[in-house]
Structure formats: structure tokens, C-alpha cells
Write a protein that binds this ligand. Structure first.
Ligand SMILES: *[C@@H]1O[C@H](CO)[C@@H](O)[C@H](O)[C@H]1NC(C)=O
Ligand SMILES: *[C@@H]1O[C@H](CO)[C@@H](O)[C@H](O)[C@H]1NC(C)=O
Ligand SMILES: *[C@@H]1O[C@H](CO)[C@@H](O)[C@H](O)[C@H]1NC(C)=O
Length: 756
């Protein structure tokens, strides 16, 4: 922002060319703000620091469903040809406990505390089984599962079992009819389905369902093709929906017999102001609030149906309270194919449970009044996060108490490209703590399940099950790294000198999730820090040396510095994108180099090199005029007092302008380089330029391009005028082609003479 205001101020003084440049730069700035939605740390697949354990079997394909046992020691998996139970009680490996081979399992739920309900497509003849969870192979009966079990293996479905009754939303039958139904109803209770006339759903894709016991309702989340409600909806506009059915529903007596009397639906809108609507729900999870159920939140990942970028997604949270308000409000009544009218819901009956026992006239209204007028908007009317770089497709969410007792929401987002992003939601902006590469290839089938008690995420895919610990605090080697991570799971324990998992039993851990303020948290750091030992690198004259610098964080700013803390200039050095420094060894470049990273106001030396010539130098015969300016410079450097290491490490008093000098020094400006190194604040003008570091290269490139274009344009105009004149003169003065050039030449010369 500071950069932007400086730019603005400068541009106001300059002409229209600058204005244009400014516009180009602002677009660049927005891009760079987006770039701040970068994961701080990235772990590639196979990284030992962030180890994953996997279960993979060549006979188990397309894992469709994951189900955790209540003690989180067993993971049940529904796959293409089997149901598996995996032992996940050991932290390092996953082993197969039991396997039942059957059909393509699409639904896998706990039937009761001891048994599982599984159903599969069975080649278009859906079958279900109820099997003991601890012995999947035991004898059992398969029963036909008409109207309950998915007919095909490709479409998404959702199921919830409450008191042994199965609520499913799936496709059934050969024509792929979509239903929301209750099966396995107990005693005298009816199995229920959606009414068929009018059509209550329009080409739905079911995403998720959840039992809200405080309301006696099942909430269902899905997308469908939008209703044409008179206004400008495009015919194929997708809308995301939340719908309800009541568990006490038993269908009407005469009207709506064996049909839901409690089905209503609302639109879910993931949009901020008038900005792009993320209208396609991809996944949604529930974060319950047992103290006040209305504060239960549903976190959904959405993508836009139409967008300029191929990877764009957003996360929105909706509250149960807001959903209840929509369901108890006004409705639209469906009159015929395309016509809807307003229904005020004056008695507030619609959206309530218990209607199945009501009069025929009420049920006749219920029959055609199922869409709420009010849509459900996200909490705070804003997106929790949005990305134009990542296509998030699945998520898990956890509320975690940080070291200071404050609670934070952490999202685990699976990207289409195969990464898991761990994001903490902060008031200022979401912070992506880390990304972990899970797959190298995009997967067809994906599933994400979180065990908060075990602190692990399980990811099911076409290939197998992968376990990822929610945190791995020990990857942060010191207090500064631990605090800079801003991971609510991790804090620095100064007693044992380790970055450890935050838990109730270990209070007083050093952590600052909001600001990552190292100097405040890591007091002991100041006294004991010695920085890394300096590595000596002996090199021959004219040898090209490459000094590597690996900074774990991708949010820090890395600079190379001399021992006097001044910045290593752009010339004759090559600063690479991977932060390494490349240069040719000369008398002048023999020096000490420190790679310094700065993040959230904290500066630390990552690595330090002393580049030296061999003991018997042959170098004095070398022509010394090659870099005369720098020769002077380096002699000056050696004259300077070295700054004590502790000061360097915690040097926060140095003006920020000074350290960014590099950006404004170029090979054509070596005199200034030297000045900048020894007197970084030598003029106010420099200070202004300096704070715009990262755009300098672009500006130079842009200006060069602009000048080239201008030259081309001028050249074109000159040539064009020239040729016009030739065309004019040729026929009159000289019909002979061969002489035209001469004539034009002469004319031009004639014209130019008076000017010169
Ligand atoms: C769970 O359901 C199965 C199948 O109906 C039944 O045999 C078993 O006794 C039930 N278990 C409990 C604890 O109710
Ligand atoms: C199952 O996996 C195979 C590859 O392992 C894939 O070709 C197929 O499309 C998958 N089926 C479904 C329904 O995802
Ligand atoms: C249905 O209504 C009748 C009276 O109209 C009442 O006696 C009965 O208890 C009600 N049943 C339920 C399940 O609410």
C-alpha cells in the first residue's frame, strides 16, 4: 500500500505517459496482493519433514467413501470393489485389518454402534448390506436397495443415517432420476420420497448432508440448474442450495402420501457485494457449536461457473441461524411451468416440522411452495478467502484454541493440482501456513476427512489413502521460525527448546498467530543467537562462484549483504530467483557475503560465506583496470568497522530505504552503487525511488519497450511520408523507376539543409 501511495504521488506530478505506466503498475500491484495469498512454506511430495503415510493396494481402486470409527483407530473405506477397514492407530503406517469384496460401494455409514451399512451399484442393481464393523467378512444378507442406493458409479451422492434410518440424496433408476429419500424407516414409519409433480429439483448434484439434532432436521447441500424466475437468469445458470427435511416427517394422510411434507430449499450465495458470484458448490463441511447450535457454521468451497481464470475458487461460511431465518420467511409458490408467485407464509407453518399431520389444504399449499424468497448469504456478507490461482475442491475445518486461549479457525483445502493448503482465518486476511504436495497427478475421485482427536487428515483418492498430520511443529528449528509460522497448532517451548504442539497441558508457549512478532515472543533469542557460522569458500581468480541461500519461507524478503550490512549491488553480481548469488571472483569481489531474510519486521542471517583467494595469489598480474570503480569500493569496505553480529541479527533501526538500494543500481550507474553502499540515505530523491524496489526492473523494461515502440512509430512515419512523396513525385518528374530513389534522396536532403 505504501508503494502504491508513493507511486500515486509521483505520478500526479508527471505526464500522461506516467499515468499509463501507473495503470499498468496498479494491475501489477493487484496481482502481487493476490500473490500474498501464497503458502508460506511448501513441502514437495516425499518431503521427509512433512512425512505422509499411505495405504495403497493394486486391487483397491477408486476410493469413494471414508468413514472414521468413533475412537479414530479404524478407517473404513468404500472403494470400487470392496469395503476395507484400515488400522490407523499407529502414527507411522496404515495396515489392512479386514476386507470385504463386493460391488462398487457408494454409501458407507454407521448403521448403529456395532454395524456398518454399505450399499453399492452392483452393475445397475443396487444392493445393500449391514455388516459388523469388526468383521467385514462375516455372513450377512444382501438386500435390494431400490430408491436408496446410487444406481450409477459416477455421480455424487450423500447419505446420513439417524437412528437406523437412512436419508439419501442420489440418482436412482435407469434414467438417473434424482431423489431425496428415507429408507430403512422403522416400525410404522413410512419410507419417504420427494413428490414428483411439480419437479422439486432441477438436475441436482448432491454434495453433502448433515443431521442437525437440535432442529430434528437433515440439511442437504447441492447444486442445481436455476429456476427461471422472470428475471435475467441464464437458462443454464447453476445455483447452490441448502434444503431441509424433518426426521419426524411421515408423509401426509391423503395429500402427499409417502412424500416429504417438510422439504423446502433456499439459495446459498457465495458472493461479496456485486463481485463475481461463486455459484457452484464443490464441498461443504459442518463446524458444530454445541453451546449455541444456531452458531453452527457450514464452510463451503465454491467455484464460479464462468470466469476468466481457469483456477478460481472461494470459501464462504453460512450460519445455521441464517438458514433458519430463510426457511421461516416468505416463499415462492410454483403455479405452472414458468410461473412463481409470492407466498407470505403468514402463519409461519412452511419450513416447520410436523406438517405431515396437517390438513389437506395446508398440504396442498406445501406441495407447491418449497422455494424460499430469501437467499442465504455468507456470514459477514463476505468471502472468507478467494483465490485466482488455486482451484480448491475439498475441505475440512477445525476450530483450535491457540496458546493464548483464543480460538482460531483452520481450513484444510485440497487443490485440484494435488496440494493440501492449511489456512488460518485471521481478521486481517487469511494466512496460508503451509502447502503439502499430496499427489503428482490430478485425481478423479477425492475425499477428505479430519480426525481432530488424532490430529490427522485422511485423503482418499483413486490411488489409495494418505494420512497427513495436521501439524508438524518440529520442522521449525528455532523460536523465530516457530513464531513466524503463525501456526495456531505450534508454539515455542523455551524450557525444552523446541517448537511443539499446543495443548492444554503445555501453557506459556511462545506464539503469535496474528502478527508473528518474533522480538516480542522470542526474548531468549536476542541473547543467545550467534547466527550461522561463516562458511569459507576459496576460489581462483575469475572463477564463477554461486553462493546458495535457501530460505524456507516464501513470504520473506531475501537480500545479500556485505559484512558492513550494506546491500550487495546488482552489478557485477547476479541475483537469482532461487536467492543464490552468482559472480566472478576478482580482487574486488573477494569479501564476506551474508544472505539475510526479513519477514514481519524480523531479520535473520540464513547463511554466511567468506569468499577468499588461495593463499599464494597470482592475481597481481591481472589487469586491474577491469573494474576500477569497484576496486576503490572494496578497499573502502575493508576499511570499515565490522558490525557486531548481534546487531546485524536484530538490526531493526536501519531505515528500510537503505536496504532496498539494490533495485536502483544498475551496471550503467556504478558510481552510484558505491555511494549507495556507503551512504544509503544520501539524498531524499533516492529514498523515494528505493521503496519501489520490486517494480524497477519492470519499469526499465517497460520504458525500453515504450522507447522501441516510439522509435518504430517515428521510423514508420518517416518512411511513410517518404514513400508518399515518392509516389507523388515519381509520375510527374521521372517515369523511370530506377531514378526514383535518387530523386527522393535529393528531396529529403534539400528539405533537411535549411534545418541543419
Ligand atoms: C445393530 O444392528 C444390527 C443389525 O440390525 C443388530 O444385529 C445389532 O444388534 C445392532 N447393534 C446394536 C448395539 O444395537
Ligand atoms: C476408477 O479408476 C480408474 C483408474 O484406476 C478410472 O479409469 C475410472 O474412471 C475410475 N472410475 C470412477 C468412477 O472414478
Ligand atoms: C396428529 O394429529 C392428531 C390430531 O389431529 C393427534 O392426535 C396426533 O397425536 C398427531 N400426531 C402427531 C405425530 O403429531
Amino acid at each position: 500500500m505504501r508503494v502504491a501511495s508513493v507511486l500515486k504521488a509521483r505520478v500526479r506530478m508527471a505526464g500522461s505517459l506516467s499515468n499509463w505506466i501507473f495503470t499498468v503498475f496498479v494491475v501489477g500491484l493487484i496481482d502481487s496482493l493476490e500473490a500474498s495469498m501464497r503458502p508460506r512454506v511448501s513441502f514437495p511430495q516425499g518431503s521427509l519433514e512433512r512425512g505422509l503415510s499411505t495405504y495403497h493396494s493394486s486391487t483397491v481402486k477408486n476410493l469413494t467413501t471414508l468413514l472414521l470409527s468413533t475412537d479414530a483407530n479404524t478407517l473404513f473405506v468404500g472403494a470400487q470393489d470392496s469395503v476395507l477397514s484400515l488400522d490407523i492407530s499407529q502414527p507411522d503406517n496404515i495396515t489392512l485389518k479386514d476386507k470385504d469384496c463386493g460391488n462398487f460401494v457408494r454409501i458407507l455409514q454407521f448403521f448403529n454402534t456395532t454395524h456398518l451399512y454399505a450399499c453399492g451399484t452392483n452393475a445397475y442393481g443396487p444392493q445393500s448390506i449391514i455388516i459388523p464393523a469388526d468383521s467385514l467378512n462375516s455372513m450377512r444378507e444382501q438386500t435390494e436397495a431400490k430408491n436408496c442406493c446410487p444406481y450409477s458409479s459416477t455421480q455424487r451422492n450423500t447419505a446420513t443415517i439417524v437412528d437406523g434410518e437412512l436419508y439419501t440424496a442420489t440418482n436412482i433408476g435407469y434414467f438417473g432420476d434424482k431423489v431425496i429419500s428415507r429408507c430403512l424407516s422403522k416400525g410404522t414409519r413410512n419410507n419417504l420420497m420427494l413428490d414428483t409433480e411439480p419437479k422439486l429439483l432441477n438436475a441436482p448434484v448432491f454434495i453433502s448432508s448433515t443431521h442437525i439434532s437440535s432442529e430434528g432436521k437433515i440439511l442437504l447441500f447441492f447444486t442445481e440448474v436455476g429456476d427461471l424466475i422472470g428475471d435475467s437468469f441464464v437458462k443454464s445458470f447453476t445455483v447452490s442450495r441448502v434444503a431441509q427435511v424433518c426426521t419426524d416427517d411421515n408423509g401426509g394422510h391423503r395429500v402427499l402420501q409417502k412424500r416429504w411434507t417438510s422439504f423446502v430449499k433456499s439459495q446459498l450465495v457465495c458472493q461479496q457485494g456485486d463481485e463475481l458470484q461463486f455459484n457452484v458448490l464443490e464441498d461443504i463441511v459442518t463446524l458444530s457449536d454445541d453451546d449455541s447450535p444456531d452458531n453452527t457454521l457450514f464452510y463451503g468451497v465454491f467455484t464460479p461457473q464462468w470466469s476468466f481464470s481457469s483456477a478460481q475458487s472461494a470459501v464462504c461460511a453460512f450460519s445455521l441461524g441464517d438458514i433458519k431465518v430463510a426457511f421461516s420467511g416468505q416463499y415462492k409458490t410454483f403455479d405452472n411451468v414458468n410461473h412463481w408467485s409470492h407466498y407470505s407464509n403468514g402463519d409461519g407453518k412452511l419450513g416447520k416440522c410436523g406438517l405431515f399431520n396437517d390438513t389437506d389444504s395446508v398440504l396442498n399449499t406445501v406441495k407447491k411452495t418449497f422455494l424460499t424468497e430469501r437467499a442465504v448469504h455468507p456470514v459477514g456478507n463476505k468471502l472468507l478467502l478467494s483465490s485466482t490461482k488455486e482451484l480448491y475442491s475439498r475441505l475440512a475445518v477445525q476450530r483450535i484454541r491457540a496458546a493464548n486461549g483464543q480460538k482460531y479457525t483452520v481450513l484444510f483445502l485440497l487443490t485440484e493440482s494435488g496440494f493440501l493448503h492449511k489456512v488460518v482465518l485471521l481478521d486481517k486476511a487469511p494466512h496460508i501456513i503451509e502447502e503439502i504436495q499430496i499427489f503428482k497427478q490430478p485425481q478423479i475421485v477425492k475425499n477428505l476427512i479430519l480426525s481432530t482427536s488424532k490430529g490427522v487428515i485422511f485423503i482418499g483418492s483413486s490411488e489409495g489413502v494418505i494420512r497427513v498430520p495436521v501439524s508438524s511443529c518440529s520442522v521449525y528449528p528455532n523460536c523465530a521460525e516457530c513464531v513466524l509460522a503463525r501456526d495456531p497448532f505450534c508454539g515455542w517451548d523455551s524450557e525444552i527448546g523446541m517448537c511443539t504442539t499446543v495443548s492444554g497441558s503445555r501453557p506459556n508457549l511462545q506464539q503469535d498467530v496474528e502478527d508473528g512478532n518474533v522480538t516480542q515472543q522470542c526474548t531468549e533469542f536476542k541473547n543467545t543467537a550467534a547466527g550461522p557460522a561463516t562458511v569459507t569458500r576459496t576460489a581462483q581468480l575469475n572463477e564463477i562462484v554461486v553462493l546458495p541461500c535457501q530460505s524456507r519461507s516464501r513470504l520473506d524478503e531475501v537480500t545479500w549483504r556485505f559484512s558492513d550490512n550494506s546491500i550487495v549491488p546488482q552489478f557485477p553480481y547476479l541475483h537469482q530467483a532461487d536467492h543464490s548469488l552468482t559472480f566472478r571472483v576478482t580482487q574486488e569481489t573477494v569479501s564476506t557475503y551474508r544472505c539475510v531474510s526479513e519477514e514481519l519486521g524480523f531479520r535473520q542471517t540464513i547463511v554466511s560465506f567468506s569468499v577468499k583467494l588461495p593463499v599464494t595469489p597470482r592475481s597481481f598480474t591481472h589487469p586491474s583496470h577491469e573494474h576500477p570503480d569497484v576496486t576503490q569500493d572494496s578497499s573502502k569496505v575493508t576499511d570499515m568497522e565490522p558490525i557486531p553480529k548481534d546487531d546485524i541479527l536484530f538490526d531493526e533501526t536501519e531505515p528500510t530505504e537503505g536496504k532496498k538500494t539494490t533495485a536502483w543500481t544498475t551496471g550503467t550507474d556504478r558510481g552510484n552503487v558505491i555511494q549507495a553502499r556507503h551512504n544509503p540515505m544520501n539524498s531524499a530523491e533516492k529514498a523515494v525511488c528505493i521503496s519501489e524496489k520490486s517494480y524497477y526492473a519492470e519499469m526499465v523494461a517497460f520504458c525500453l519497450l515504450f522507447i522501441m515502440c516510439a522509435c518504430l512509430f517515428i521510423a514508420f512515419v518517416v518512411l511513410w511520408k517518404h514513400s508518399m512523396r515518392c509516389n507523388r513525385t515519381t509520375p510527374e518528374k521521372n517515369p523511370k523507376d530506377t531514378e526514383t530513389d535518387n530523386i527522393c534522396q535529393t528531396e529529403l536532403e534539400d528539405k533537411q539543409t535549411p534545418n541543419s
